[in-house]
Design a protein around this ligand. Structure first.
Ligand SMILES: *[C@@H]1O[C@H](CO)[C@@H](O)[C@H](O)[C@H]1NC(C)=O
Ligand SMILES: *[C@@H]1O[C@H](CO)[C@@H](O)[C@H](O)[C@H]1NC(C)=O
Ligand SMILES: *[C@@H]1O[C@H](CO)[C@@H](O)[C@H](O)[C@H]1NC(C)=O
Ligand SMILES: *[C@@H]1O[C@H](CO)[C@@H](O)[C@H](O)[C@H]1NC(C)=O
Ligand SMILES: *[C@@H]1O[C@H](CO)[C@@H](O)[C@H](O)[C@H]1NC(C)=O
Length: 476
């Protein structure tokens, strides 16, 4: 009985020792074999851990039985880590997520977590070494247990939005998703695009509208009420720095419609200007409005329907797809079909040389009321991008503006009317109504209102307009 018992114990021990030997030999031999089979895995473990966040078992899914192919270096305890039940020993070499994944235990013990001193925390979440996260216009990399971030000034600044919305400035600000993630410099570089006016433009003589009595000016006026269907709403320039083209084409289209008494109401094509105005070769990299007006006079534009905006408005790869020829009497005709082949009318629209309207507030009002919307050149400040509604006035926030962007700030818009309303601090305030070119989701349906009569953001500094060039055959 005793012997039989001894034999039983012996055989049990033998089996155990044999198994232990097997176990050790496997452990010693296999990693090497494994290495030669695919050494990139072990080499890349550190990198992979950053990606897999230590979830070996859930990734390799080998909990049922021993699988020596499913192994990875476990630096924290200087061992190889296994995902199978075989690893459940006193001196555990189970992978860190063995318990949570294979045995569905709730959390890793704090002890397990302390094996992971590397990486960074953010909003209570753990990120592995080498992780990159993007926050608005900056990106942060987890390196040496610290976030290393770029320090760009962003186009959307939540502090600026807060500051404006908490104050009583007469207008409110909003976070625009189309601007989120851009730097302020990119905003200035891609969303504006009018070169500072040339001295030639600034030295042009000012014209005064013939309307005389100021009493004729109503308190509220908007071009679209006086000429319904003849004026054109805002388009979206997207990241194409070509407000020089958008504002010019829009003012020209409105004025041709008004002057022709509604005979020609087509919107004109800013893309035609961007792609074909050789003197503004920069296209989506800014241009001058005097060259745009030169083009309208000398070459003319087709309609927006004929030559629509390209998906990629970047000029470099957009060759000009329209050309015109003179009939010898100053009128030009297209010699190419519309780029948009659904549209059949490739009529060319032309304008007179542009003229400058006085900077005097009532002169501008008279001009708009009598002849239609005008083009205005303005200086854009960082707060302007956030405008949602109200009467805009530039607010200098705590964030001092850097002179670095000064040369990028000129923008061109279209003034379409004016009004008077209670604004900041309950005061009655005079405003202009202007059309921007940032799409209809921006501002008040693509428009904005801005203080009138105080040269706010230089809006009254340079006002430009032109006549449509209509021949006698064009007259209704
Ligand atoms: C090594 O492993 C990687 C990742 O699992 C795999 O893509 C690659 O094909 C393997 N190479 C060899 C030689 O087995
Ligand atoms: C602003 O909008 C973006 C995109 O819609 C969003 O991801 C971001 O969290 C918003 N930021 C703030 C401060 O509301
Ligand atoms: C246009 O091209 C410039 C330079 O070639 C580039 O920096 C810019 O991002 C492009 N814009 C768009 C909207 O693709
Ligand atoms: C603007 O012009 C009007 C006459 O049209 C004149 O009465 C007014 O004084 C002028 N304003 C300025 C600031 O020059
Ligand atoms: C508007 O302001 C700008 C810059 O401050 C100035 O150069 C310009 O002469 C002003 N124009 C008028 C009409 O006040």
């Amino acid at each position: 009985m005793w012997t039989a018992y001894k034999i039983l114990i012996l055989s049990y021990l033998t089996t155990e020792i044999w198994m232990e030997k097997q176990y050790l030999s496997q452990r010693q031999v296999n990693p090497g074999a494994y290495l030669t089979r695919n050494h990139t895995i072990l080499e890349g473990t550190r990198f992979k851990r950053a990606i897999f966040k230590g979830q070996y078992c859930s990734l390799f899914g080998c909990c049922k039985d021993r699988d020596d192919g499913c192994v990875t270096q476990f630096y924290e305890v200087d061992a190889l880590c296994y995902c199978d039940t075989f690893c459940e020993r006193e001196n555990s070499d189970c992978c860190p997520d063995y318990n949570s994944f294979c045995r569905e235990e709730e959390e890793w013990s704090p002890h397990t977590q302390s094996w992971y001193p590397e990486g960074c925390l953010r909003d209570g979440q753990h990120y592995e070494e080498g992780s990159v996260i993007k926050e608005n216009c900056n990106s942060c990399t987890c390196s040496g247990q610290q976030w290393k971030c770029s320090h760009h000034v962003c186009l959307v600044q939540p502090e600026v939005i807060d500051y404006i919305n908490k104050g009583d400035y007469g207008w409110t600000a909003q976070n625009y998703s189309q601007f989120w993630g851009m730097t302020l410099e990119e905003g200035f570089k891609f969303r504006l695009g009018t070169l500072p006016p040339s001295s030639m433009l600034l030295s042009m003589n000012e014209m005064t509208a013939s309307l005389t009595a100021t009493t004729d000016l109503p308190e509220f006026f908007t071009a679209s009420y006086k000429w319904p269907g003849w004026t054109h709403g805002p388009l979206d320039q997207k990241n194409c720095a070509a407000s020089w083209a958008f504002s010019t084409a829009s003012v020209a289209a409105d004025r041709i419609a008004i002057q022709s008494n509604g005979r020609y109401t087509a919107n004109l094509s800013p893309q035609n200007l961007i792609s074909c105005c050789a003197k503004n070769r920069h296209g989506c990299n800014s241009g001058s409005i005097d060259r745009a007006w030169w083009f309208l006079r000398k070459r003319g534009l087709v309609s927006h329907a004929c030559y629509p905006l390209f998906k990629d408005q970047n000029a470099s790869n957009n060759n000009c797809a329209m050309a015109s020829r003179s009939d010898g009497r100053g009128k030009r005709h297209a010699i190419k079909p519309c780029p948009n082949n659904i549209e059949k009318s490739n009529r060319i629209y032309q304008c007179s040389p542009p003229y400058r309207v006085s900077s005097n507030e009532s002169e501008i009002m008279k001009e708009i009321m009598q002849n239609g919307p005008v083009q205005a050149i303005m200086q854009v400040h960082e707060d302007f991008f956030h405008y949602k509604r109200g009467i805009y006035r530039h607010i200098t926030s705590t964030n001092e503006e850097s002179g670095k962007y000064r040369r990028l700030r000129t923008h061109a818009v279209k003034l379409t009317g004016w009004g008077t309303l209670k604004g900041a601090q309950g005061r009655k305030e005079k405003f202009w109504i202007a059309a921007n070119s940032w799409g209809k989701s921006w501002g008040e349906n693509g428009y904005f209102r801005i203080l009138r009569g105080v040269n706010e953001s230089d809006i009254e500094k340079l006002i430009i307009a032109a006549w449509g060039q209509l021949t006698s055959s064009d007259e209704p």
